[in-house]
Design a protein around this ligand. Sequence first.
Ligand code: NAD
Length: 370
Amino acid sequence: ETASTKPKSLPPRLRFDFRQPDSKSLKLFIYTTYLTLTTENIFVHIENSKKISILVFIDGFVHTIAIELFELVTNDITVHISTNSRGQIEIDLKKQNDQIWKTIGKFASNHLSVCPVQDFEPIYFMATLIKRSPVTHDSDWYTFSLPSNIFMLPPIGYHIRLRQSKDGILIVKPYTVVNKLNNEQNLSSDQTIELLIKHYTDRTMTPMLQKLNIGDTIEMSSFEGTFDYTKINTCKTLILVAAGTGLTPMIRIINYVIKQTENQVDMNVILLFFNKTQDDILCGEELQTISKQNKIIVHDILSRPGPEWTGETGYIRGELLHRLLPSISSTTNVTETLVCVCGPTPFSKLAIDLLKEHGYNDNCLHLFLA
Ligand code: NAD
């Protein structure tokens, strides 16, 4: 979310059409006017080979296409954005039976509906745990594979939810989709989702996640979020203010930036990373490597440092920002700056207040909220 959430009026509904190029295939067309649309904006779910739900994420809104199909289709889903008409989505499906359908089927009541991302009730499906490896004393990387009836490539900074029931109560927790630092792999090549999860013994979800064996399934949701990563393309200074697992949305941002700067894009990137102790620093080695290569400047700030720590200490505060961030001398600096904040709620609130006092405004601040 942006630091100030201004109510926006609903955008116009998308237009939908379909074609049967031959008796075996079905082609769905969704017309948007959003020129920078990519396949990352799209989520597809085929339920029981019969019902298709397509979600299109545009500019803070979710558009739904939902159809009870005339006959059965396979789980083979191909999504692309038409190259000759920008903003046009094409989804190719394969019919199970070789026949021309009389109709597409029945439109569901939510077909062509639109709602703000934050009000949208996500779609759940079963994901399979295929790998878990330790990151720190209390955090692990989790890799989940997606079932074949799902198409999703969550955009940078977006999160999914994991859901499990315990004693008849549904436990739901959001997790930012990440991938290993310095490794922005092509998410489309494999349908997997990586999450960096900190285990809390006093809470409900993570003890359940720790009990999952490789091959076990858990309910995962379609993605959610409002971060517009294209803003990174136009900024000269990128400031990332993260605390604890608040690093997770920053990981793909850093990977994206590294890729940009390899293409000679000139950008000044500063990460202020707040943690309790040195052992709590997520991806510490990878961040040190990237910082030694002068790709980003990393400042670690510990709130409970050990006696051997010689670096910055304490909580986020004005004096620290004054020392570690570039001073704002003109409005040009602010317009060419993007500041991203993520961490525990009291930290984020304080960070936004202090960053505003420092001179940043809502236009350049992005607060990650799940
Ligand atoms: P933590 O308890 O280890 O704290 C990390 C640092 O946060 C501390 O060292 C301190 O500097 C700062 N901090 C904590 N409480 C503070 C306070 N009251 N005032 C000022 N600073 C404070 O953090 P954690 O256990 O890793 O938790 C990270 C949080 O980030 C979680 O609450 C998680 O939900 C949130 N998170 C949100 C998103 C998202 O919204 N997209 C993504 C990832 C993480």
